[in-house]
Write a protein that binds this ligand. Structure first.
Ligand code: GTP
Ligand code: MG
Length: 313
């Protein structure tokens, strides 16, 4: 017993010596506290558009492992859209998100003060919320079980002017056009003409858009411009007012429009201007992505409302 008491006493002494408490005015802190000063300030400069782009890691492998349809799997693209919707619901300062293939870009309004504009915080929150939401959404859209955990990288890019921001988004949309036209022609040649991947690649090498359009039309009777807009244009997510019956609610809605044209920016003035969401017209019925939001129980999160959203529910 005496030995035990001496042992405990010695332990307490040793502990005090190692974690020397330094009395402070408000809270106790250890002598190790100084290491915090090694952390770097990564606050993003004011008055710039903050774009966070996430991209799936090795999705050529992931899409094969989960039997994605080639070149576009509507359901898999909707898993991406649904995950991005969750991110937009959480971060009210995201005014637009744009997705294609295994990537999504999130545009934070210039004035955002979310997480004191700390770059690493914004990036890691968006990337991790997107990844976990992707997994949560999977079974709502896909019939095949998830074989392993998908993961996404992320980057922060800053754009100082509206033109830079529009050019960034135009760049991503032009990328869809180039890739999708090529992939559509490529997979037609492989899956329907029986060419090997190498033969299809050789046939398409050095061709221009017009040649691939012509090939699709002449050999497969496909008018490229009539293929689903989601495949050709990607998905733009915006916050809009949706009316069902006599009820009106705000929701994140998917659009597949041409954002390279100035018409798009004239129609959706809330992106660059004062935040007053327009209305969403869906003559062909509400997309499932929106229905799921309207049917979901509203979970109040602690996301901050953007200051200029005052008065809009
Ligand atoms: P890293 O991003 O560098 O890790 O490589 P990655 O394999 O993810 O390639 P990348 O991001 O450049 O391209 C995405 C890839 O995902 C495409 O090349 C396709 O292989 C695959 N992918 C994305 N969407 C679809 C789809 O709808 N259908 C099919 N079949 N594949 C898709
Ligand atoms: Mg990728």
């Amino acid at each position: 017993m005496r030995f035990l008491r001496t042992f405990i006493k010695f332990g307490n002494l040793l502990n005090r010596a190692l974690v020397q408490e330094v009395p402070q005015r408000s809270m106790a802190c250890s002598r190790f506290e100084y290491v915090k000063s090694f952390e770097q300030d990564d606050s993003i400069l004011p008055n710039v558009w903050i774009v966070i782009r996430i991209d799936g890691k090795k999705f050529h492998k992931f899409s094969k492992a989960h039997d994605f349809e080639k070149p576009n799997d509507e359901n898999a693209l909707n898993v991406m859209n649904a995950a991005a919707t969750t991110v937009m619901q959480e971060f009210r300062d995201i005014v637009l998100a744009y997705g294609q293939s295994d990537e999504y870009s999130f545009v934070f309004r210039k004035e955002t003060t979310a997480f004191k504009r700390r770059s690493a915080k914004l990036l890691t929150y968006v990337t991790s919320l997107f990844s976990t939401s992707y997994v949560m959404q999977w079974s709502k859209w896909m019939n095949i079980p998830l074989a392993y955990a998908p993961c996404f990288d992320g980057r922060v890019v800053l754009y100082p002017s509206e033109q830079n921001l529009r050019d960034y988004l135009s760049w991503r949309q032009a990328d869809v056009h180039v890739n999708n036209l090529y992939n559509t022609a490529f997979w037609k040649l492989v899956l329907e003409r029986g060419l090997t991947n190498q033969q299809a690649e050789e046939k398409l090498r050095g061709t221009f858009s017009a040649d691939k359009n012509e090939l699709l039309f002449q050999e497969f009777g496909i008018n490229y411009n009539t293929l689903p807009a989601m495949y050709r244009k990607g998905t733009i997510l915006l916050r809009k007012r949706v009316t069902v019956g006599d009820k009106s609610r705000q929701a994140v809605v998917p659009l597949h429009e041409d954002l390279i044209s100035s018409q798009f920016w004239k129609e959706h003035t809330e992106i660059l201007g004062k935040y007053v969401p327009g209305t969403f017209n869906a003559p062909q019925g509400l997309p499932r992505l929106v229905e799921l939001q309207l049917n979901a129980k509203r979970v109040d999160n602690e996301a901050e409302e953007p200051q200029n959203l005052a008065g809009i529910s």
